[in-house]
Design a binder for this molecule. Structure first.
Ligand code: PNW
Length: 471
């Protein structure tokens, strides 16, 4: 068994990817269709009309990709398992060839001295389950638990760190309310129902993982600091905080959906949805918590005559509001504010009290890609100083949180490869490694070399920052 969480007092580094964003090979070895295969075919669903059917072709190039992770000098590789490769129809028949793929991948990590960190659901729900109601029906969390059990039986002896879901907020609220992610439904309050079924699915899967012997089971949340722009924006900010943060943390910590949340999401008081025993199973169901952070959320009151903010669709039940995005920003339009990471880590540590890992942080940048005149690979030089600055600033913010007493054990860069960035298609890139879309050539960027060159110093600086609180 690999070491799971870094020891208290130690600090580890990693990098992360997700199955649909990198694998491609979307019909190979019996993989069934996922909701992202279907959704990305809709006209206008992705910025460039492209999808993940080929992506980075990592399904075939995984040895090269693992070599790249190892070359970064990090200890952890966070990857996700494609549910439709393992259980193509969502429930029932298991596809051995899918299991074999992740078996080889995990062995490849161990051979390179990497700790495998597996996420079971990074949004690629089998389409067959969506056809039966997706996360709006209770049979989906039950099917998720069965799938978790199948994966655990095969990999539990070698995967160190387990996460059930990645960013269930996106799956529920971008998928079922805003409609900008798969399955692309715009049904407002239905998203709250999806949120409860995601919470329940997490708890049922966590039970199965533990029963199979998993020791470090967590969930990955995109918690956000909610910073009202002015006094008048306090009320909408409280509603946004409820949907973004409390809908996951309330049941996990308190075993209940709180009052503030119920005021914007009355669906969560429905006893047919939230059944006896559900909340008890969710409470205390994690050994560690993954936090993905990119940017703070700054709500403002909506101007009286303005149309509701487009992102309002992702917060059903909250009165119309505006979101302020200050400068500087990354290429995807997200404000750069490392202090938001310190804030979310310290408040989350105080609330949850389990070890935290920053499971994603990184930047979409316009990289300077220059052809290299002579010689063999690499054929490009990629200067991404903005990304280096972003990473350096956010690692310092993690150290601030550690100095303030938060038990943050590791930091994973999003992401290894330029890949399929969901609704943005391939137009926004977060990779440490450039991937040429013509021929899949991988070229480490300046940021990759920066991480590799500084990994030891970064770990040591974090260790020192946390030394006062964790020996
Ligand atoms: C997260 N939004 O996605 C995911 O976990 C990654 O797969 C993704 O590549 C990364 O962050 C960068 O985007 C998000 O629109 C996608 O608010 C969109 C949103 C948030 C998170």
């Amino acid at each position: 068994m690999s070491p799971a969480l870094p020891e208290p007092g130690r600090f580890a580094l990693g990098t992360a990817t997700a199955s649909y964003q990198i694998e491609g090979a979307f019909t190979e070895d019996g993989r069934g269709p996922s909701i992202w295969d279907v959704f990305s075919q809709r006209p206008g669903a992705t910025a460039d009309g492209r999808d993940g059917s080929v992506a980075c072709d990592s399904y075939h190039r995984w040895t090269e990709d693992l070599d790249l992770v190892a070359g970064l000098g990090v200890e952890y590789y966070r990857f996700s398992i494609a549910w439709p490769r393992i259980v193509p129809e969502g429930r029932g028949r298991v596809e051995e060839r899918g299991l074999d793929y992740y078996d080889r991948l995990v062995d490849g990590m161990l051979e390179r001295g990497l700790v495998p960190s597996a996420t079971l659901f990074h949004w690629d729900l089998p389409q067959a389950l969506e056809d039966e109601g997706g996360w709006l029906v209770r049979s989906t969390p039950e099917a998720f638990a069965e799938y978790a059990d199948v994966v655990a039986q095969r990999l539990v002896d070698r995967v160190g760190l387990w996460a059930t879901h990645n960013e269930p907020w996106c799956a529920a609220y971008l998928g079922y309310a805003a409609g900008v992610h798969a399955p692309g439904r715009q049904e407002g309050g239905a998203a709250h129902r999806a949120a409860h079924h995601l919470n329940l699915g997490h708890a049922l899967a966590a039970e199965r993982l533990r029963a199979a012997g998993a020791e470090a089971v967590g969930i990955v949340l995109n918690l956000a600091p909610i910073w009202p722009e002015r006094e008048e924006a306090r009320e909408v900010s409280a509603g946004i905080d409820a949907i973004r943060n409390a809908v996951w943390l309330d049941p996990l910590v308190d075993g209940a959906y709180g009052e503030q949340l119920l005021s914007v999401a009355p669906e969560l008081a429905d006893p047919e949805l939230v059944q006896t025993g559900d909340l008890d199973r969710i409470q205390g169901s994690v050994d560690w918590l993954g936090v993905n952070y990119y940017t703070p959320v700054r709500p403002d009151v909506a101007l009286a005559d303005a149309a509701p903010h487009p992102e309002g669709g992702a917060y059903p039940g909250v009165a119309p509001f505006d979101l302020v995005v200050r400068e500087p920003r990354t290429d995807i339009g997200w404000e750069i504010e490392p202090a938001g990471l310190t804030d979310v880590l310290t408040t989350t540590w105080e609330r949850v009290g389990v070890p935290i890992i920053v499971t994603e942080n990184g930047a979409a940048c316009v990289d300077e890609v220059a052809p290299v005149a002579e010689g063999e690979a690499p054929t490009y030089a990629v200067d991404d100083q903005d990304r280096i600055d972003y990473l350096r600033g956010h690692l310092a913010a993690v150290n601030d949180a550690r100095r303030a007493g938060a038990d943050v054990r590791a930091y994973f860069v999003w992401t290894l490869l330029d890949n399929f960035e969901w609704a943005e298609g391939y137009t926004k890139t977060f990779g440490l490694v450039h991937v040429a879309s013509e021929d899949q050539t991988r070229t480490p960027k300046a940021s990759y070399r920066w991480v590799a060159a500084h990994a030891d110093d970064l770990r040591e600086a974090a260790r020192v920052a946390g030394a006062a609180v964790s020996p």
